[in-house]
Design a binder for this molecule. Structure first.
Ligand code: CMX
Length: 133
C-alpha cells in the first residue's frame, strides 16, 4: 500500500467549541476550518501540525458513529487516517489481505477528500481510515 504520511488523527469530543480552546490556547494551533459532514453525522474542526491534521469530531445526531463511540468509550482518539494516492486501490488491497472493510468503495469526507474505513475488529481496535485526493 502506497501510504505517504498520517493525514489526520480524529478525536471524538462532546463539544468542539470547548475542545478548541485546548488546541488553540494551550497548544497554540490554529483552527483553520469547521465543516459539517452530513453523510457521517458529524461536525469537524481542523488544525494542522506539520503534514498532519488533528480533526475534532462532534456528533450532530444520536445516531452518529461518534455519539455511539463517546457513549461507549468516552471522549478520545476515534480514528487514524493514512494518506494514500488511491483510496479504492488501497481498500481493495486491504480486503485481499483479509481485512474487514467498512467501505468497499471510497466516499466523500471532510475537505472533499476520498475516504474509506477499515473495521476496527480487523485492525487491533484502531478504526483506520484511508484518505486521498
Ligand atoms: N474505534 C475502535 N473501536 C470502535 C470504534 C472506534 N472508533 N467505533 C466502534 N468501535 C467498536 C465498538 O466498541 C464495538 O466493539 P465491541 O463489539 O467490542 O463492543 C464495535 O466496534 C461495534 O461498535 P458499535 O457501537 O456496535 O457500532 P456499529 O457496529 O454500529 O459501528 C463502526 C461501528 C466502526 C462500523 C462505525 O462506527 C463506523 O462505520 N465508523 C466509520 C465511520 C465513522 O466513524 N465516521 C465518523 C467520522 C468521519 C470523518 O472523519 O469524517
Amino acid at each position: 500500500m502506497n501510504l505517504s504520511h498520517i493525514e489526520h488523527i480524529g478525536i471524538a469530543v462532546n463539544n468542539i467549541e470547548e475542545a478548541k480552546t485546548f488546541f488553540e490556547d494551550v497548544l497554540g494551533l490554529k483552527c483553520y476550518a469547521v465543516e459539517e459532514v452530513k453523510d457521517q453525522k458529524v461536525k469537524t474542526a481542523f488544525f494542522k501540525i506539520g503534514q498532519t491534521k488533528i480533526e475534532l469530531l462532534e456528533a450532530t445526531s444520536d445516531e452518529s458513529p461518534v455519539a455511539k463511540f463517546i457513549a461507549k468509550k468516552g471522549q478520545g482518539i476515534h480514528h487514524i487516517a493514512f494518506a494514500t494516492d488511491d483510496v479504492n486501490k488501497s481498500l481493495k488491497e486491504a480486503e485481499e489481505k483479509g481485512i474487514k472493510l467498512i467501505d468497499k468503495q471510497a466516499r466523500k469526507g471532510a475537505e472533499n477528500l476520498n475516504i474509506g474505513f477499515l473495521h476496527p475488529k480487523s485492525t487491533f481496535g484502531v478504526l483506520t481510515e484511508l484518505c486521498g485526493k
